[in-house]
Design a protein around this ligand. Structure first.
Ligand SMILES: *[C@@H]1O[C@H](CO)[C@@H](O)[C@H](O)[C@H]1NC(C)=O
Ligand SMILES: *[C@@H]1O[C@H](CO)[C@@H](O)[C@H](O)[C@H]1NC(C)=O
Ligand SMILES: *[C@@H]1O[C@H](CO)[C@@H](O)[C@H](O)[C@H]1NC(C)=O
Length: 932
């Protein structure tokens, strides 16, 4: 029986992996201790018998210090017999979680225990079948999980939470020091802001522990610290630390005891060389110079200790020390987990050489977009192969990330390397770290490793796997009760325990379909995986047309189509699944179509119960205006902003058209297309207030002159009103008022006149509820003057839910991100959704009949639009249905952005319309079917 497996785990059984190491360590430590003691007593007696050798007064301390230099970090010997956690908060009641499906993290992540968990003293005390009568005299909190999944708390190996603050304010930006390329003496702890908005949000995603790293502006940015994310009674940064290294808090430690693990940030490649206007060569030299300094100091210490331990005290002097270099010396002594931000083969190669030259190991290569292409190189790192800590699908944002692949987690695992998914918070909102694991699983990483990649593996890589990352008796009581299997899209915690403390007093839970309690099945990507390797990360992505041929889809489960107002489900198969025939890009038969199965002239595709649904639209990223957002020479570039400086007279009075700057065939556009995002609306890249005229185009087109490449040359007029601008909000609103009242020149005057007349929508990027309120007032003012209805769309709109009713009444449309984040003060008041709030912003707006679209800010995430739409439905507790979810990213966007020339693409997915694999894309307008 499976639930018996969880019974009676003894700590030493529970940590099979470190065991041989631990034994070896204990033997070594004991041996060196005995040796040292022998030597010590030898010298002691000899110093008394020989004149000429003077034993220093602190000889005993020196001998202890010298002996301690060779101790490898780890928990104290008696750690696993602890009855209470050092982080236990007195007064915390014991908790019994009943009837859970417990993913323990044991057996390489394959063990599931169906049973109970008992939390007491800040520890997991029992896993399996718990006899509650034993605790009759205790005041137990009992939580009936009703079969729900329980996992260990999520562990983030790479976060800047608390140092790169949310909301971003000048007074709380402590990620990067610019005082030099090599700063191993800095400590992220010194910048850890205790008031960051992201702590609670991140915990609401099930994340319980984070490794807070300094940034990547420096080659050696400083020391990182592992913290637990719950609030503490002390309200101090130090109280958040998990097993801080000795010396940090001034405690004088027993030199016979192992030290605690330390963590340090290294970075190579673009970031340090860019910040210091240097090159990769300069960065690498900075590393070598630093390590050479540390090596010289270490050798002095070792020589000193050799003499001290041999009793040669004469003229020995003081132990060689240097406060600035001690941490790097500790790296050379194997006592620091080095976290190395490093992307490309050229940089791995440099680091691998460095580790072999100076003989130190690296805990993990982070970001590491090319690691999957050079696994054998990674394995040449001194000591042991580093883990590889990566994003799932975030890539191509700069040159060194260009060859990043969604299949990297799977390929790395196939090569026997440890895979960790990380947030780099706030680069990715760490609240959704488990989403990274979900995507890694979707793209081929086995479920056991996907869950391990955010729990047990990062815990081991940071040297904390004796207490976190798995559900084992004696481990810290950090557990998450989920509303669905955590590898399912949209999975949210029903409750999160840290150190046995429930983090939410009254958590909101959205009802999920029963099917989401199962481990999701991932599509088959074997061909794509092989191609990623074959083409060194740049497999050809151009769509292949099958013009002229009919396509017969079998086992079609459902069909969704656009109508005049939205998306409707027009067909749901009964048991067996329907047939759909597509000729010249158009559906010519759907339902039973018995003759179709016999057609020899057609291409036959089995959708395995999947769907045919409208192609989606994307808005919000520069997709269509750039290939690599971090490389200006691959982009259309920003427009002049009249509120931010002079506009050259030659274009004064002109509204810039995005259509003039379109770039086609970017990898993100093609990946979007292949994921069923068949069209995009993009506005000129703005530096501030004025953007220009957006255009709607097809993401799969080869260039602008191809038939159907441009859906609509001009879609809407775009401006932005922001509190982060260099001019005041009131100035920006005044400028907009002037333009709408006819104050502009030439084309500017014409287009804003059309806005005032309701002929073309005005899209305003705005986050703050106060700015949005001013825009609603302005809309009314203009309408009173013109007598026409102004079509206003607010995009961004992080705080819009505060005005849902007023927005609904004013007939204003809204485009929001599906997952809000308080990145700036003006976006602080988000509606985060379950478990923090019952409702999400999207659900709230839908209740007031507001037309809502979803936007994607980063173009590499355009491909995940289907996931965003599905997620919006999943967290809405039924307010947003499946067809509505598709409308959020298709018809609603077209309406809100003024796209009358609708995208007519249809997308066939093997598996669900949201999480299946796109296999064909059809367009009646271009009479084509593209097979993916
Ligand atoms: C556990 O929960 C499941 C799902 O709600 C239920 O079917 C089962 O009967 C429960 N078992 C116990 C022992 O309560
Ligand atoms: C300092 O840290 C060590 C190691 O975690 C701990 O044993 C000790 O109690 C701490 N001392 C103080 C004063 O907090
Ligand atoms: C939304 O629209 C529906 C249908 O037209 C209507 O019954 C309902 O009252 C509207 N709700 C609000 C809040 O305006």
């Amino acid at each position: 029986m499976e639930d018996l497996k969880g019974m009676g785990y003894l700590p030493h059984q529970a940590t099979p992996r470190p065991r041989p190491l631990k034994l070896a360590f204990i033997m070594l430590a004991t041996a060196s201790y005995c040796l040292a003691m022998m030597l010590y007593y030898l010298f002691w007696s000899s110093s008394h018998s020989h004149t000429g050798t003077t034993l220093p007064i602190n000889a005993q301390a020196i001998v202890a210090q010298c002996r301690a230099l060779h101790l490898i970090p780890g928990p104290p010997d008696n750690f696993h017999s602890r009855r209470e956690s050092d982080r236990f908060v007195p007064g915390t009641k014991p908790t019994l979680i009943r009837n859970a499906s417990i993913w323990t993290g044991l057996e390489n992540g394959n063990e599931v225990v169906y049973g109970d968990i008992f939390l007491d003293g800040g520890l997991i005390k029992e896993v399996g079948s718990v006899d509650a009568s034993k605790y009759a005299d205790r005041e137990l909190v009992v939580l009936d999980a009703e079969g729900a999944w329980v996992s260990p708390g999520i562990v983030d190996l790479h976060s800047h939470l608390g140092v790169d603050s949310a909301p971003a304010l000048n007074g709380a930006s402590d990620t990067n020091s610019l005082k030099g390329l090599v700063l191993p003496w800095l400590r992220s702890l010194d910048g850890l802001n205790t008031h960051d908005d992201a702590y609670r949000l991140t915990v609401s995603g099930g994340v319980t522990t984070a490794n807070v790293l300094p940034g990547s502006a420096d080659a050696i940015g400083g020391q990182a610290f592992v913290v637990k994310l719950r609030p503490t009674a002390e309200r101090s940064t130090s109280a958040m630390l998990l097993e801080p290294p000795f010396s940090l808090n001034g405690t004088h430690v027993d030199a016979n005891q192992r030290p605690r693990w330390r963590q340090m940030k290294h970075a190579c490649g673009e970031n340090p060389s860019r910040v210091y206007s240097g090159t990769r060569m300069d960065t690498q030299w900075a590393f070598r110079q630093a390590y050479n300094t540390a090596r010289i100091l270490k050798e002095k210490q070792d020589a000193y200790c050799e003499k001290a331990l041999a009793g040669q005290w004469t003229g020995l002097g003081d132990f060689p020390e240097d406060l600035q270099w001690e941490a790097l010396v500790d790296v050379l002594r194997g006592r620091v987990k080095v976290h190395n931000h490093c992307y490309e083969a050229v940089d791995f190669d440099g680091m691998v050489r460095l580790t072999n030259e100076f003989k130190f190991s690296i805990a993990a290569f982070h970001h590491a977009h090319e690691a999957y292409l050079v696994p054998e190189l990674i394995k040449k790192t001194y000591g042991h192969p580093p883990a590889v800590a990566i994003f799932a699908t975030s890539a191509r944002y700069k040159r060194e990330a260009f060859r990043g692949s969604e299949f990297a987690p799977r390929i790395l695992a196939d090569n026997g390397l440890d895979v960790v998914m990380k947030s780099d918070h706030p680069v990715l909102n760490s609240r959704h770290l488990v989403y990274e694991a979900q995507q890694a699983h979707y793209f081929g990483l086995p479920a056991n490793l996907a869950l391990a990649s955010v729990t047990s593996t990062p815990a081991r890589i940071m040297g904390q796997d004796h207490r976190i990352g798995r559900i084992i008796e004696g481990f810290d009581a950090d557990v998450v009760v989920w509303d669905s299997h955590p590898l399912n899209l949209g999975a949210a915690p029903k409750q999160v325990f840290i150190d046995g403390i429930a983090q939410f007093e009254d958590p909101h839970v959205s009802t999920k379909p029963k099917s989401l309690q199962r481990v999701p099945t991932a599509p088959n990507w074997e061909k794509e995986i092989a191609d990623a390797i074959k083409y060194e990360g740049l497999p050809p992505l151009e769509p292949k047309t099958t013009k002229g041929k009919a396509v017969v889809f079998r086992n079609v489960g459902s069909i969704y189509l656009k109508d005049s107002v939205g998306v409707k489900e027009v067909f749901v198969a009964e048991s067996k699944g329907g047939i759909v025939v597509v000729e010249e890009g158009q559906i010519t038969c759907s339902g039973s179509c018995p003759q179709a199965l016999l057609r020899a002239d057609a291409i036959h595709l089995d959708l395995e119960g999947g769907s045919i649904s409208p192609g989606l639209t994307t808005y919000g990223s520069p997709l269509g205006l750039t290939h690599i957002s971090g490389e200006p020479s691959t982009s259309d570039g920003p427009v002049f902003d009249p509120l931010n400086g002079p506009v050259p007279s030659i274009i004064d009075g002109t509204l810039i058209k995005a259509a003039d700057g379109l770039v086609f065939t970017s990898r993100d556009a093609y990946l979007g297309y292949r994921s069923g995002v068949t069209s995009a609306v993009v506005a000129p890249m703005a530096r501030g207030f004025l953007s220009g005229l957006s255009t709607a185009f097809s993401t799969g087109a080869a260039h602008k002159l191809v038939d159907g490449a441009i859906l609509q040359e001009v879609a809407a007029v775009h401006v932005a009103v922001s509190m982060s601008s260099r001019v005041s909000v009131s100035t920006q609103i005044a400028a907009l008022r002037q333009l709408l009242l006819g104050g502009g020149k030439g084309e500017v005057q014409t287009y804003f006149g059309d806005v005032a007349d309701g002929k073309i929508p005005l899209v305003v990027n705005a986050e703050s509820a106060d700015v949005i309120a001013s825009l609603i007032t302005l809309k009314k003012e203009i309408e009173a003057a013109s007598g026409k209805s102004v079509r206003l769309t607010i995009a961004g709109a992080s705080e819009v839910h505060l005005l849902a009713k007023e927005i609904g009444e004013a007939g204003v449309g809204v485009i929001v991100q599906q997952r809000p984040f308080p990145a700036y003060w003006e976006a602080k008041r988000i509606l985060p959704g379950p478990p923090l709030t019952a409702s999400s912003a999207i659900a709230e707006l839908v209740k007031y009949n507001v037309t809502v679209g979803i936007m994607v800010e980063e173009q590499d995430r355009v491909r995940n639009t289907r996931f965003d739409a599905a997620w919006a439905a999943l967290e809405s507790s039924g307010v947003v249905g499946k067809a509505d979810a598709l409308a959020l990213a298709s018809t609603n966007l077209e309406i809100l952005l003024g796209v009358g020339e609708r995208d007519d693409h249809l997308v066939a997915t093997r598996g669900s319309a949201f999480e299946g694999k796109v296999v064909a894309i059809m367009s009646a307008r271009s009479k084509s079917v593209h097979l993916v």
